[in-house]
Design a protein around this ligand. Structure first.
Ligand code: ADP
Ligand code: MG
Length: 256
């Protein structure tokens, strides 16, 4: 469903083009989870932002090909790309607060997304918002509709962000280190939630992490990145059983 080939991304820094992602290729099949793993600075987030075409327009260059169900995203008009971001691909981030408006209630923000992207009426959107908050297992969802983001814990905020992501009925969810900022027990709950929702919704997931333990939990296939390069790609089981590259072995040695 998503086919990335020879993706390269550069940024203009002080007048020079700096290459930060080089010749990355991978496919994600329907309902599959693909992990992109690598240490900080290896180009994982830039890869995700390139797929969404969210790198700064004037000072970045994305080359190669990114096809979503056969449609080339890199040459799509901006308006069509906005439609893709609202209706086909959703993204969640490490720090959910950066995507939530602190002065608007949780319920209002999700309802707005539903009105904008799915054309629901206000009352339909409010009912659907409560359904989504229940779907991401927020206790007493109905009574939390009118609360502001700061009243939610980190794990609950990430659940809200997942509800927001589901509002657009995505075919692909890109999750950029969604559990990194959370306590270990909460991390496990969020991973479990993403797996359950993936089954229920039939989505594909591109899961970015620096943690091989998380990869083992969630990914069918895995891309290992280092310093902007794709080091190794394969079935997660194969990568764990027979890592081909020293860098992958080093990442695996950190897993308890
Ligand atoms: P990761 O997500 O794997 O930690 P990133 O994809 O965020 O790494 O970053 C990869 C490299 O690209 C880093 O060296 C980072 O400094 C650089 N980079 C990211 N965004 C920009 C930008 N907007 N301008 C210039 N360099 C950037
Ligand atoms: Mg990152």
């Amino acid at each position: 469903m998503l086919s990335v080939s020879n993706l390269s991304t550069s940024f203009r820094v002080e007048g020079q083009w700096k290459s930060v992602v080089r010749n990355i290729s991978f496919d994600i099949k329907p309902k599959e989870t693909l992990a992109v793993v690598g240490e900080s600075g290896s180009g994982k987030s830039v890869t995700a932002l390139s797929i969404m075409r969210l790198t700064p327009p004037g000072s970045s260059k994305i080359e190669g090909s990114i096809k979503l169900n056969g449609k080339e995203l890199l040459t799509l008009p901006d308006a069509d790309m906005r439609h893709i971001r609202g209706n086909e691909i959703a993204m969640i981030f490490q720090e959910p607060m950066t995507s939530l408006n602190p002065v608007l209630t949780i319920g209002f923000q999700i309802a707005e997304a539903l009105i904008l992207h799915r054309g629901l009426s206000r009352s339909e959107a409010e009912a659907e918002t409560i359904r989504l908050l229940e779907k991401v297992r927020i206790p007493a969802a109905k009574s939390r509709f009118h609360e502001y983001p700061h009243r939610f814990s980190g794990g609950m905020r990430q659940r809200v962000m997942i509800a927001m992501a589901l509002a657009c009925k995505p075919k692909l969810l890109i999750a950029d280190e969604p559990t990194t900022a959370l306590d270990v027990t909460i991390q496990a709950q969020i991973l479990e939630l993403i797996k359950t929702l993936q089954d229920e919704e039939g989505m594909s997931v591109l899961f970015i992490t620096h943690d091989m333990g998380v990869v083992a939990e969630i990914a069918d296939r895995t891309v290992v990145m280092y310093n902007g390069d794709e080091i190794e790609t394969g079935n997660t089981e194969d990568i764990f059983a027979r890592p081909q590259k020293p860098y992958t072995k080093a990442l695996l040695s950190a897993v308890p």
